[in-house]
Ligand binder design. Sequence first.
Ligand code: GDP
Length: 195
Amino acid sequence: MIIKNVNLETVCGITSKLPENDKPEIAFAGKSNVGKSSLINALMNRKSYARISATPGKTQTINYYNINDELYLVDLPGYGYAKVSEQEKAQWGRMIENYLHSSRQLKAIFLLIDIRHEPSANDKMMYEWVVAQGYNPIIIATKLDKLKRSQVDKHVKMVKQGLNLIPGTIVIPFSAETKQGREEIWELTETEFLG
Ligand code: GDP
C-alpha cells in the first residue's frame, strides 16, 4: 500500500453515533499498551499521528483513519487497563459491541497480543467474543524486537495455544521498531479485504 494521505476523520465517544462509511473498515483491538497506536502509525508511515499513550487506557474512543480515501483503519479502545472503573469497563464493552454489530463495512479485525507474554484472560475473552460475533480475527503478535530470533517460534506457539486459535488463523509477528511484519499486514489487507 502506498500511503498518499491519512486523515483522522472521525472520533467517536461513548455517546456518538458511529459513521456510516462507504469504504472498507479494518479494525484493531487489543489491551492497553500492547502497541496498537504504534502499529497504526507504522501502517500509516507516521511517527505519532495515532496517539501513543503515556497513560494507557485513558481515552475511550473509536478513531477512524481515512487512508487514501480507499479504506479506514479503525482504532478500537484498548481494554484491560486495571485502573479504570467498572463503569468505564462496561462502557468499553458497549462501544465495541455496538461497533461490531453496526458497522456494515467492517472487513477484518486484527487482534493484537504482546508476543512476550501468555495471552491474558482479557485477551482470551476478546478473542472468543470476536469469534462469537462471527469474525475470525487475524492475530498480530506485537513487540517482536523484544525477543531473540530463536525465541520467536516458541512464543508464536504460546500465543496460538493460549488463545486456542481456530486452526488456520493467521498470526503475524510485528515490530514497530523494525517495521517487520508491516508489509505482510498491508499485503493481506489488500489481497483479502479490499476491492
Ligand atoms: P497502545 O496503548 O496499545 O496504543 O500502545 P502504544 O502504541 O502506545 O505502545 C505502548 C508502549 O509500548 C509505548 O511505550 C511504545 O513505544 C511501546 N511499543 C509499542 N510497540 C512496540 C514495539 O514493536 N517494540 C517495542 N520495543 N516497543 C513498542
